[in-house]
Design a protein around this ligand. Structure first.
Ligand code: NAP
Length: 333
């Protein structure tokens, strides 16, 4: 009997990176993956984007996560990555695991968003053009659509795999009940869901509380997005709001989140990380990775230094019961 269970030990190879089997599939994913939501749009220096992507790959990060709308402007992160794929990454396509998604607003009119077959098929074709590739390794439904029949969306995902435009499919931000329906549908149609993408970090534990981690157990992998709460769970905002930080954009991370209570929590967590001999970013990532259902964390980084810091979570010491209780107390006090 093959052992493809969650408890299978991560296989460690290539530049110190640990890889974990994604659910029951044949795919091993790096425990730290790179997301291109921010920092890879047309508003960034291309040489910085290239340095971050190269640094990631040179340190064993084989999994890069995109979506049709990443930028700004929407689509430009795929264009940046497409140029990298054409140039430096060209000889390494088979060493890369590239994901993209559709579901959020992308173009005008009734077919530019949500989960109709029309939107999903057209969006993936556009993504492939921007990425300069014939296929992506993983294609996600980016969000649940309460109005489109689930079967229509799921059949489109299945057909995309049959057409060879994606090797695997995944779900992002689907509520538990709909996700469970989808897992069954995709399994019965011989395109099992590879992975569920949800936000899990010390400040947002919805996947634990809403039972998503229970749902994915023994069905597929789980990858956590915004594992650093967009930078809150680092030393980035300990002494104010630095110029150029995501919070200064006041878009997805607004400054009103930095309440005295949040700052108190960040400081207390930072103190604990110091006692453990690591940075807060490293400890925050290690905390997510210690959940056995979690395959990987999907970090963002605006510099190679941040990415280096984040990679150090792979050397984190295991948490003692006392440390876990202390974290719980900090987060719930
Ligand atoms: N499925 C979905 O709906 C969904 C939603 C959101 C994200 N995602 C995916 O998840 C990926 C990661 O999300 P995210 O960018 O929000 O992740 P994150 O890792 O929580 O936040 C990344 C930001 O935190 C700061 N940071 C990272 N490492 C740091 C360090 N060591 N020290 C100090 N600051 C640090 C940087 O902010 P500065 O820019 O200020 O330097 C960086 O841009 C996205 O790129 C995307 O692929 C998916």
């Amino acid at each position: 009997m093959q052992d493809t269970s969650y408890s299978a030990r991560p296989e460690r190879y290539r530049n110190g990176m640990a890889y974990k089997r994604c659910g029951h599939s044949g795919v091993l994913l790096p425990r730290l993956a790179l997301g291109l939501w921010h920092n890879f749009g047309a508003d960034r220096e291309e040489c910085t984007c290239r340095d971050i992507a190269h640094y990631a790959f040179d340190h064993g990060i084989t999994h890069f996560d995109l979506a049709n709308n990443y930028g700004p402007p929407p689509g430009s992160a795929e264009e940046t990555f497409g140029r990298l794929l054409n140039r430096s990454f060209a000889p390494y396509r088979d060493e890369l695991f590239i994901a993209t998604k559709a579901g959020y607003d992308m173009w005008d009119g009734p077919y530019g968003s949500w989960n109709s077959r029309k939107h999903i098929m057209a969006s993936l074709d556009q993504s492939l053009k921007r990425l300069h590739t014939d296929y992506v390794d993983l294609f996600y439904s980016h969000r649940y659509d309460p109005e489109t029949p689930l079967d229509e969306t799921l059949q489109a995902l299945t057909d995309i795999v049959r057409q060879g435009k994606a090797l695997y499919v995944g779900l992002s931000r689907w509520p538990r009940q709909a996700a469970e329906y989808a897992f069954r549908f995709l399994h019965d149609n011989h395109t099992p869901c590879l992975i569920y993408q949800g936000r899990l970090n010390m400040f947002d534990r919805a996947p634990l509380q809403e039972g998503i981690l229970d749902s994915v157990r023994n069905r597929c992998g789980f990858i956590s997005f915004s594992p650093l709460a967009q930078g809150l769970l680092t030393d980035r905002y300990l002494n104010g709001i630095p110029t150029g930080s995501r919070m200064t954009q006041e878009r997805f991370l607004k400054s009103d989140i930095l309440t005295p209570q949040t700052l108190r929590r960040i400081r207390a967590l930072n103190e604990l990380a110091g006692e453990r001999g690591e940075t807060l970013a490293s400890m925050a990532l290690a905390w997510i990775l210690h959940h056995p259902e979690v395959t990987s964390v999907l970090v963002g980084a605006s510099s190679t230094a941040q990415l280096a810091n984040n990679l150090s979570c792979l050397q984190s010491a295991p948490f003692s019961e006392e440390e876990l209780a202390r974290i719980e107390k900090i987060l719930t006090d």
